[in-house]
Design a binder for this molecule. Structure first.
Ligand code: ADP
Length: 391
């Protein structure tokens, strides 16, 4: 399918980085995104200006493209299913996405196929009237105390991202005040995992069933938001093998065509649990842009257009990535700080051109590391973060 047009639902930074890889592959990109100033718009051949869950707009997008893929999962799956029945090619397919879009469905699916996940359950306000959720979250004698203890983790089943919709509840008092914050009808409840580390992996599968997995990455979240990653993660070979085997199983079982990012908890007794599958490219794979022979964005295009999958190997001994998160409301381009960060040897700054809000992902930095620098990765991260966050 090379030389083809790929429609992308979503026009944020992930679509922008994908669109930047398209010309080298002889591919054109058309994005469906709500705002003219979204990052990917400038690289899109044509634009469908519409919300990502607007299926009529997706029908229009599909009419201009050979295949439609996704940069985020905030879609209206039911409405898209009608389009798929009329012959529109979605990659990954909608059948692949069915068990993944809702966090409780996803946990249930993984448990059913024997993949280790944290203990979980669903609280639904539909179980016994509309006040059920409120009653449960505000009751100090709630099921939480008896089944999970504290801390406990509550998550909105849909539309969570960057920790929005994820609540780590430390005690009964925090639980009692939560009902003021949550507006959703259903919450995934799960045990808090006192993990030693968080890991991530990017994996791709094409329509012929070929699978390519990248190295395992250590990811570091602060207040549920990713701040940095180091690849390869400094972990036992056994854990590397287990993470890669889980990734292969998931991609095979779901007959994925495309790229997935999978996040894991590694416990102090070396257990590996899946936290989440993102059915698309992922922040934990941004290092691949400068760090690997094939970036996750090129890989997604290759997978969905039927090209052979590329090499997932690192170009050097390792790579670190630091997210540049907004820390103020500003229109600033932060040019001075970006220039300062570029003084770090072998660094690459990617700037998404978005308006700054506190916590918003505005860009990221990758630093390519040779074998001697790899043990210094955390101090290089500190150096970059102190440039970025200093007043
Ligand atoms: P999002 O979908 O918004 O990225 P996640 O469910 O991945 O949210 O959670 C974000 C972060 O919150 C995780 O990377 C981790 O640091 C923390 N977290 C989530 N679930 C748990 C858990 N069960 N135990 C401990 N920490 C958790």
């Amino acid at each position: 399918m090379e030389g083809k047009r790929v429609g992308v639902i979503g026009g944020g930074q992930l679509a922008w980085m994908m669109a930047a890889e398209a010309p080298d592959l002889g591919i054109e990109i058309v994005v469906q995104t709500p705002n003219q100033d979204d990052p990917a718009v400038c690289l899109s051949e044509q634009i469908i200006l519409a919300d990502v869950d607007d299926a009529d707009a997706t029908a229009k997008l599909a009419s201009m493209c050979d295949v439609v893929t996704f940069e985020n999962e905030f879609i209206d799956l039911e409405a898209l299913q009608k389009l798929a029945q009329s012959g529109i090619c979605f990659r990954p397919s909608l059948d692949t996405l069915v068990p993944l879009l809702d966090k409780h469905d996803q946990r249930s699916y993984l448990k059913d196929i024997g993949i280790p996940v944290p203990k979980f359950s669903l609280w639904s306000s539909q179980e016994s009237g509309t006040s059920d959720l409120q009653r449960r979250v505000s009751s100090p004698q709630s099921d939480i105390e008896s089944n999970y203890g504290f801390p406990v983790v509550l998550k909105a089943c849909r539309h969570g991202y960057d920790g929005q919709g994820t609540f780590i509840i430390k005690d009964a008092q925090a639980l009692a005040t939560l009902d003021h914050k949550v507006s959703v009808q259903e919450l995934l409840v799960e045990e808090f995992i006192p993990f030693e580390r968080e890991l991530g992996i990017i994996a791709a599968r094409n329509a012929s069933g070929e699978i390519a997995v990248y190295p395992v990455t250590e990811t570091h979240q602060v207040n549920q938001v990713c701040h940095w990653t180091i690849t390869p993660a400094n972990i036992d070979d056994r854990v590397v093998k287990e993470v890669k085997a889980i990734a292969r199983t998931i991609l095979d079982r779901l007959k994925v065509v495309g790229v997935f990012g999978i996040e894991f908890f590694l416990t102090s007794d070396s257990r590996v649990l899946v936290n989440e599958i993102a059915p698309r490219t992922h922040n934990s794979g941004h290092y691949t842009l400068d760090g690997c022979h094939t970036s996750q964005f090129a890989m997604q295009l290759q997978a969905v257009t039927g090209l052979p999958l590329g090499s997932t190997e690192l170009k050097s001994a390792g790579a670190l990535m630091v997210n540049l998160l907004g820390y103020e409301e500003s229109e600033s381009e932060y040019l001075e700080k970006r220039t300062q960060i570029l003084q770090v040897p072998n660094s690459f700054v990617h700037w998404y051109g978005k308006t700054s809000h506190p916590g918003r992902k505005l860009g990221h930095v990758t630093v390519i590391l040779d074998a001697e620098q790899l043990p210094q990765a955390k101090s290089i991260i500190q150096q970059i973060e102190s440039i970025w966050y200093e007043n």
